[in-house]
Ligand binder design. Structure first.
Ligand code: FAD
Ligand code: SIN
Length: 542
């Protein structure tokens, strides 16, 4: 079966900038995770800022972050060691300049988070307490309230945001599309407010901080907001996407059939948890000399292989040997989750298996967080900065969001001058072509797509299943991309179909196994594999 790609629309909905309600701002921030919140606070030091989030401010990947934020905080550690660990994990695709930039800013930014009110766990002498995670050669992961780091970082930033006189924050505002003029300059966004309906926010500078796309997979650690909207709207507007074949899978999420997947933090293994198969056998050293502390991609694939060998749906985390009281003190959130399923980690094994966790690819940015579209910056998980290469080192993403959130804000503020302000508020009209093709149930498509991605663009892939995946997505696209929806469910489904196709296509182009991208038909790393990075730009923008 060969299915033609439906015409790629510029906007998902009709645009009429004259008759739609309008808001004006100097800097528009889309997203309220660590990247969006931090950039809004930075930009608000000198400019007026509008921040929008499609759900409550508290609903983000950031909020659910557990293990912590990596930074050089101890005497026996150095920036160079953290840089080397990041580059080693990234399997040859990290941009060294970017790695050095991000890692070197870590200690200062942890200090800023403390000053903004984040309650990191402290040692008796008042220094920030750290732990070890896979791929790190030193203990350098700062955490808050044990295993609820994200909630305490985001919570403090949200408190500061709410009291800031220069920030207008709007919850339940769904960004549908970036607005661009004929020179491909971003002028703001067209979106939909849950109560007030369609609105346009004009801004000379827009910061895209919409996070990742874990919801594209049936098994994921991500909350429902992670549907890849930012990547999809940037692509429609003509931004370059890069490294979309690299979806990182987390080795250990709680596996209880029928329940949603909850992350079991890597810090558990960092502090001595072991992995056992269904026969009680500790298998990780059969696969890698670092055992449970091997990089995530290796642990995820090893778990999958051991599940196959033992014909089992999961493996187990074992923390029964932890010193008395240690588990409750360090991992209170996970303790509560286990309790709710009648698992007592001091006596019982915790059933786990891998799931989709972190989107390494995204909107291509440079060292100034700048995209290829004038007026548009991107930061956090939506961006592809070059920090992670082909595999992200644990706990480096919160740090990346901080560093590039700040950089994006400083650049966005500088750009919001009188000349740039005079470019917004254009007359832009766009009419979506009406289609009479049958309607599909978007809830069904969404669920089927997630199962398809899990099976065909998962922890391991191969040509046949990837091309089959593209064909099936193209078929669904014919019936979904031609419609005009009036609620987030429909726009999310369109965004998910768009991003899934780009991921499946990028995975077909990389004819090697590198980092989180493992091809059964090309099982080895191939240094001659070119191009080094796979970039995707909508065909009519080439
Ligand atoms: P997010 O925090 O995901 O925020 C995205 C924001 O964009 C949300 O406010 C959302 O509402 C908004 N948004 C999205 N689409 C739209 C739209 N169309 N319109 C309007 N708003 C929109 N990383 C670490 O470094 N350390 C950890 O310990 C860690 N633990 C993790 C645990 C879990 C369970 C998960 C899921 C991830 C974890 N990560 C961790 C990864 C890390 O949390 C994320 O990469 C990071 O928080 C992303 O931040 P962000 O600001 O880019 O996006
Ligand atoms: C975890 O706590 O295991 C997640 C850390 C991360 O994703 O960086």
């Amino acid at each position: 079966m060969s299915v033609k790609q439906p015409e790629l629309r510029r906007y998902l909905v009709d645009v009429d900038t004259v008759s739609t309600q309008q808001i004006f701002t100097d800097v528009l921030v889309i997203g309220a995770g660590i990247a969006g919140l931090f950039s809004a606070l930075e930009a608000a030091k000198t400019s007026n800022v509008t921040l929008i989030s499609k759900d409550k401010l508290e609903m983000s990947n950031t909020w659910y972050a557990q293990g912590g934020i990596a930074s050089v905080l101890n005497r026996d550690d150095t920036i160079e060691k953290h840089v080397n660990d990041t580059i080693k994990t990234g399997c040859g695709l990290c941009n060294k300049k970017i790695v050095e930039l991000v890692i070197s800013k870590g200690p200062e930014l942890i200090g800023e988070l403390l000053a903004l009110g984040t309650q990191f766990d402290l040692e008796d002498d008042g220094s920030v307490s750290t732990t070890l995670e896979a791929g790190h050669s030193k203990s350098r992961v700062a955490h808050a309230h044990g295993d609820s780091t994200g909630k305490w970082i985001a919570g403090a930033l949200i408190d500061r945001l709410k009291e800031h006189p220069n920030i207008n924050y709007i919850e339940n505002f769904f960004a549908i599309d970036l607005i661009t003029n004929s020179e491909q300059r971003c002028l703001g966004v067209i979106g939909n407010h849950e109560k007030f309906g369609r609105e346009i926010i004009w801004a000379p500078s827009t910061i895209l901080a919409t996070g990742g796309a874990g919801i594209l997979y049936r098994e994921t650690t991500n909350p429902n907001i992670a549907t890849g909207d930012g990547m999809a709207m940037a692509y429609r507007a003509g931004a370059v996407l890069r490294d979309m074949e690299f979806m990182q899978f987390h080795p250990t999420t709680l596996y209880i059939a029928g329940a949603s997947r909850v992350l079991m933090t890597e810090a558990l293994r960092g502090e001595g948890a072991t992995l056992l198969d269904s026969n009680g056998y500790r298998f990780m050293f059969d696969y890698n000399s670092a055992g449970e502390l091997a990089p995530r991609d290796i642990v995820s694939r090893s778990i999958l292989e051991q599940m196959r060998k033992t014909d089992s749906t999961h493996v187990y985390l074992d923390v029964r040997h932890f010193e008395d009281g240690h588990f409750q003190k360090r991992f209170p959130f996970i303790g509560e989750i286990c309790k709710s399923f009648d698992i007592d980690p001091q006596k019982d094994l915790i059933p786990v298996r891998p799931s989709a966790h972190y989107m390494i690819g995204g909107v291509k940015t440079d060292e100034n967080a700048k995209t290829n579209l004038a007026g548009l910056w991107a930061c956090g998980e939506v961006a592809s900065t070059g920090l992670h290469g082909a595999n992200r080192l644990a706990s480096n993403s919160l740090l990346e969001g901080l560093v590039f959130g700040k950089i994006a804000a400083d650049a966005a503020v500088k750009n919001s001058n009188a000349k740039a302000k005079s470019l917004v508020n254009r007359k832009i009209f766009y009419n979506v072509k009406r289609s009479s093709r049958s309607r599909l149930d978007t809830e069904d498509v969404r669920n089927s797509l997630r199962a398809l991605m899990w099976r065909n663009v998962g922890i391991t892939r191969a040509q046949e299943s990837l091309s089959e995946c593209s064909e099936i997505i193209l078929f669904w696209q014919r019936y979904v991309m031609d419609k005009i929806f009036d609620s987030p469910d429909g726009w999310e489904c369109q965004n998910m179909l768009a991003i899934a196709l780009l991921m499946a296509e990028a995975a077909q182009q990389r004819l090697e196994s590198r980092g989180v991208h493992h091809r059964d038909d090309y099982p080895n790393l191939d240094e001659a594999c070119l191009p080094k990075h796979i970039e995707q730009l909508r065909p009519d923008c080439v």
